[in-house]
Every structure is written in structure tokens, then in C-alpha cells.
Design a protein around this ligand. Structure first.
Ligand code: APR
Ligand code: PHB
Length: 391
């Protein structure tokens, strides 16, 4: 099998890249190890930055998002029984975000790719990427019990945090930067309307809580829990009681409870693999970097990477200049580290680490107080949350 761009992984990074290349008249093949149902059901975060919304619209992949997505102009910070709303458009010159689940983005992109696009092979596991330093890198893969080879001009590893593509970057030029947090998030889906019309990020002495949503009738919520927690150890009423405590306010706000339909624990880590390119093999999305979910940046960073790659390849084709492709890794890493910085800052400001001292608690409260009283601090949060424009 032969193609211009071999794409490993059909998460948001691989699927959107295939779409962008198809729209630009560049052919690709996507290899995905899982089956379609698995990819379409995987629960992930659901915040699309303004830049991501714009890219999906330009790519012709936003019809359902524009019908069903919920635009949000702010978030609420909750601490010390107080509530503070951060108004995004007012602090950023008009930027906001969209609540639309990542699984839905994937479903939309898969449907488009299968209807009009290059091959998208499910249950096709990439085994190794070879020849990164040559003009014809190859992906060895297994599909329907048979081993095959995909010959490419470029390979883009969009194969997530456990993928094989990053092994194509030799150990002596590769560096990994990481931090593992001593807590995770217990996430639930519940058949009950959201208790607030915007997302609520709460700092509490008992730990962090987040109130989110999937639709006008479905609540998504998270609780900070110890890293080794088994979701099955938490009973439904226990989860609601704990959310109630951590989201407490001085006013008459109440939490709506309903049947919990899914429960899982997500570990929290920050990780960056540098560089994001070796020869003709490029890394994009979770294959190159992981952020803790507190900043809602994972999907948005993946989008930034593949937009940068697609634009660079189009420039090479149209002008003969590989200048943008040459700086792919540096361009992406600058944005990645800004997202790492923001995700780390949100995580450490809002979670209670095991062994946290009363001094640490006061510092967190002072940070939150600063955001609620200094316009510049609030604007910094709003700008980082809604995302900086893609270059
Ligand atoms: N061969 C083929 N496919 C593979 C292989 C392999 N060897 N290894 C992994 N994959 C597939 C996975 O099954 C998955 O579908 O690659 C895909 C990677 O997708 P994601 O994990 O969704 O990563 P990405 O597209 O970079 O999206 C980033 O996902 O993890 C979240 O928070 C993160 O929102 C962010 C987004
Ligand atoms: C979600 O709705 O799943 C969600 C929202 C915001 C986050 C993380 C997850 O920061």
C-alpha cells in the first residue's frame, strides 16, 4: 500500500489531519488499532477552544457541532463558599469556548472520512515505523490477521500516549519531560440537567470538584480522588454527597442529583516528548504530549499540531519551501509548553495535594482571590482557557 501521508491513530488528531489533507487535495491513509465502536464511545473531555471551533468549521466538520454544541462565555470559580464568574469575551476581546464532547467530534470526522476521504482502516495496528531518516518512511501494520506495509512520503504518529510512532525518534536525540500527580479524577455521567449553566471549577479543603455537562439533560462531573482509586468503590449517593460538599456556597444554589450512568477514574500527568519530529516522521497530539485535564487543553493541542503540519505540507507543495515543515516541532512545542504551564497552574491552584499544609491552602486561596480582584490576573486565565489564535 502507498500514500503521501501515513497517519497512525484515529483519535481527534489523526481524524482531523486526514480531513485537512483531503480538503487540500493530499492523500492519506489512517490506521487505527481499535474498532469503530470503541473509538466512538471513548469518554473524553468536552471543551473546544475558539480556535478549534474555527478550524472545524473551515474543515467542513462543524454542522452537528453548530446545532448541538453549547457555546459558553465563561466559567465559575468556587472557593471558600464563594462564587466568581470569569467572563471570557469581556476579558479576551470576544473569545469564548464551545461545550461539545470529543467523542462527538470523532463521530463526525469518522462519518465524513468514510463518506468522502482516503482509507480509514479500523483494527489495523501499526507495529513499527521504519526509515524515518529516509525519503520513504514505512509503517509496518497488521490488519485482518495479515501483516502489510504502508509506504509513505511522510508519517504522522497520532497514536496517543501508548503508541509506537514516538519510538521512531532515536533515544539519543529524544527527551521526555514529565510530572505525575498524586491524585486522579473520578468522572461521572448522570441523566440529570446540569445544576449550573456554565462549568464550575471548585477548590475545597476536601479536594477539587468540577461540574460540567454533555447536553441540556446530561451532567458530567468530576471529583479529585487518590491516584489508585477504583471507581467501583464509590457508591452513587456517596459521589453526590461529596460533590455537594465540595461545591457548597453561601447562597441558595443546589446540586441536582440523578441516575449515574458511567463512572471511571482518570490519572493525572503532564508529559512532553521533544522533539516532535525526526526526519519524515512527525508526532501530533497525545503521542507527543499529555496535559492534566484541569485546563481542558488535550484535544485543542492535538488540533493545533495537525493544523500546523497540514499548513506546512500545503506550503511545501504550493511554494516548494519546506521552511514551515522544518520548524514544525519548535512551532508546536511553544504552544504545548504554554498549555502545560496553564494546565499545571490550574491543577496546583485547585487540587489539594496529599500532605498539603495550611500555608499551601492559604496560597491557593490567595491565587484565587487575585484572579477575582485583579483584571490582569483574570484576563490571563480567560486568555489561556479560551486559547491563543493558531498561527
Ligand atoms: N496502531 C494504530 N492505532 C493506534 C496505535 C497503533 N499502534 N496505538 C494507538 N492507536 C490509536 C488509539 O487506539 C487511539 O484511537 O491512536 C488513537 C489515539 O487517539 P487519542 O488517544 O484520542 O489521541 P489524540 O488523537 O492525540 O487526541 C488527543 O485525546 O487523550 C485525549 O485528552 C486527550 O483530548 C486529547 C485527545
Ligand atoms: C469535561 O466536560 O469532560 C471537562 C470539562 C472541562 C475540563 C475537563 C473535562 O477541564
Amino acid at each position: 500500500m502507498r500514500t503521501t501521508v501515513g497517519i497512525i491513530g484515529a483519535g481527534p488528531a489523526g481524524l482531523l489531519l486526514a480531513r485537512l489533507l483531503h480538503n487540500a487535495g493530499i492523500d492519506s491513509v489512517v490506521l487505527e488499532t481499535r474498532d469503530r465502536a470503541y473509538v466512538e464511545q471513548r469518554q473524553r473531555a468536552g471543551i473546544l477552544e475558539q480556535g478549534t471551533v474555527d478550524v472545524l468549521r473551515e474543515a467542513g466538520a462543524a454542522a452537528r457541532m453548530d446545532r448541538e454544541g453549547i457555546p459558553h462565555d465563561g466559567i465559575e470559580l468556587r472557593f471558600d463558599r464563594r462564587r466568581h464568574r470569569v467572563d471570557f469575551p469581556a476579558r479576551t476581546g470576544g473569545r469564548s469556548v464551545m461545550v461539545y464532547a470529543q467523542t462527538e467530534v470523532c463521530k463526525d470526522l469518522i462519518a465524513l472520512q468514510l463518506a468522502a476521504g482516503g482509507p480509514l482502516l479500523f483494527e489495523a495496528e501499526a507495529l513499527a515505523v521504519e526509515g524515518a531518516g529516509t525519503e520513504q518512511p514505512r509503517v509496518r501494520f497488521r490488519h485482518q490477521g495479515r501483516e502489510d506495509v504502508l509506504e509513505c512520503d511522510y508519517v504522522v504518529g497520532c497514536d496517543g500516549s501508548w503508541g509506537v510512532a514516538r519510538k521512531a525518534v532515536p533515544a539519543d536525540v529524544s527527551r521526555v519531560f514529565e510530572r505525575t500527580y498524586p491524585f486522579g479524577w473520578l468522572g461521572i455521567l448522570a441523566d440529570v440537567p446540569p445544576s449550573h449553566d456554565e462549568l464550575v471549577y471548585a477548590r475545597h479543603d476536601r479536594g477539587f470538584a468540577l461540574l460540567s455537562m454533555r447536553s441540556p439533560t446530561v451532567t458530567r462531573a468530576y471529583l479529585q480522588v487518590p491516584a489508585d482509586t477504583d471507581a467501583a468503590d464509590w457508591g452513587d449517593e456517596e459521589i453526590w454527597d461529596e460533590l455537594d460538599r465540595r461545591l457548597e456556597t453561601d447562597d441558595a444554589w443546589t446540586l441536582k442529583r440523578g441516575p449515574i450512568t458511567a463512572k471511571s477514574v482518570t490519572p493525572m500527568r503532564s508529559q512532553v516528548h521533544e522533539p516532535m519530529r525526526h526526519g519524515r516522521v512527525f508526532l501530533a497530539g497525545d503521542a507527543a504530549h499529555i496535559v492534566p485535564p484541569t485546563g481542558a487543553k488535550g484535544l485543542n493541542l492535538a488540533v493545533g499540531d495537525v493544523v500546523t503540519f497540514a499548513r506546512a505540507l500545503v506550503e511545501l507543495r504550493d511554494t516548494g519551501s519546506d521552511a514551515r515543515l522544518e520548524v514544525y516541532s519548535a512551532t508546536c512545542l511553544r504552544r504545548v509548553w504554554q498549555a502545560e504551564r496553564f494546565s499545571y497552574a490550574m491543577t496546583t491552584m485547585l487540587h489539594r495535594a496529599p500532605g498539603a499544609t495550611p500555608f499551601d491552602d492559604r496560597i491557593q486561596l490567595a491565587q484565587l482571590d487575585r484572579i477575582t480582584t485583579a483584571r490582569s490576573a483574570e484576563a490571563d486565565l480567560a486568555e489561556s482557557y479560551t486559547g491563543f489564535p493558531l498561527d
